[in-house]
Design a protein around this ligand. Structure first.
Ligand code: 3HC
Length: 293
């Protein structure tokens, strides 16, 4: 019989953390969120407010449901507040040392049967899990952006993850209304391994003036039925995040398809990170200002 997962912790209240918190709270689950400082907590609550307010405007939630959803979320700056959680999902930036430290601390705080999951998009779950005394209860739980909308969750198993833990986590993600897939621990898992060479190739095509920004995006929207073109999608994901994912995949595979397009690095250095910074391949906070290639 599947174990009951009733109280869930989330570590990291950025874009992905806030999306995960919203999905959990919307399902009626009590969520405890921990971020590193008060500003992080404020930012996360801001994401949650913005997204749930949009849901109210679109008549997907009533005002009362929104209030109840927010009432299920408690925040803290202290990992110790997660002591009674059945499952903790870590969603901090893609830094292996940071994740390892959080897993080690959580291992000392949580009950022995609690599951610890990482939302990492490309780092090794095995490498993170060995920093605990419970690697059999460590999994990847990779959500997609926007988390509130996209149904996929990649459940990542390592060579030592206990089969029961996978069964329980799969059942749990289904309870959230998601469509889980199970995959082994390889950089990019399924979706990013297929998606990122394509996104990278689009940047290389723009860089070599092979096609314009508009035509690259239009081709994939109108020719292949994708909801967004590759450059608009990179702006949604964040160019810095995309670079980190490609770089990790490249170091693991040495496959040229994963070698990040130089233009990506130049744009990141210039502060063009996509939607979150107001400008990437497109401009979100003022008159359009395409990059010069
Ligand atoms: N937060 C919450 N809800 C959102 C949202 C957001 N950021 N963006 C859109 N939505 C909701 C809207 O409220 C709307 O909900 P409704 O239908 O219930 O009213 C619905 O999504 C559709 O939104 P819109 O009508 O505004 O716009 P679109 O129909 O163009 O959809 C989109 C927007 C959902 C972003 C769609 O374009 C899409 O799916 N794009 C592709 C996104 C994608 O591929 N993501 C994966 C990135 S890779 C990743 O995350 C992995 C990681 O490791 C990097």
């Amino acid at each position: 019989m599947a174990r009951e997962i009733n109280t869930v912790g989330v570590v990291g209240f950025g874009t992905m953390g806030a999306g995960i918190v919203e999905v959990l709270a919307r399902t009626g689950i009590a969520v405890k969120v921990v971020d590193v400082d008060a500003a992080g907590v404020e930012r996360g609550l801001g994401h949650l407010e913005h997204s749930t307010e949009r849901a109210v405007r679109r008549e997907k939630l009533t005002g009362d449901e929104k209030a109840a959803l927010h009432g299920r979320v408690t925040t803290s700056l202290d990992l110790a507040s997660l002591a009674d959680c059945d499952l903790v999902v870590e969603a901090v930036p893609e830094n292996i040392e940071l994740k390892a430290r959080i897993f080690q601390e959580l291992d000392g705080i949580l009950a022995p049967e609690a599951i610890i999951a990482s939302n990492t998009s490309s780092l090794s779950i095995t490498e993170i899990g060995v920093h605990t005394r419970r690697p059999g209860k460590v999994v990847g739980l990779h959500f997609f952006n926007p988390t509130q909308v996209l149904k996929l969750v990649e459940v990542v198993r390592t060579v030592v993850t206990e089969p029961d833990v996978i069964t329980d986590v799969v059942a749990f993600t289904e309870r959230l209304g998601k469509s889980p897939v199970v995959i082994g621990d390889r950089a990019g898992f399924i979706a990013n391994a297929l998606l990122f060479p394509y996104l990278n190739h689009a940047v290389k095509m723009l860089e070599s003036k092979y096609a314009t920004r508009e035509d690259l995006d239009a081709a994939m929207r109108y020719g292949c039925g994708y909801p967004m073109g590759p450059l608009a999608l990179l702006d949604l994901i964040g160019l810095d995040t995309a670079y980190e994912i490609l770089d990790t995949m490249y170091h693991q595979s040495r496959n040229r398809l994963h070698s990040p397009a130089p233009l990506l690095k130049q744009m990141i250095t210039a502060g063009l990170l996509g939607r979150k910074s107001g400008r990437g391949f497109y401009t979100y906070d003022g008159p359009d200002s395409p990059v010069v290639v």
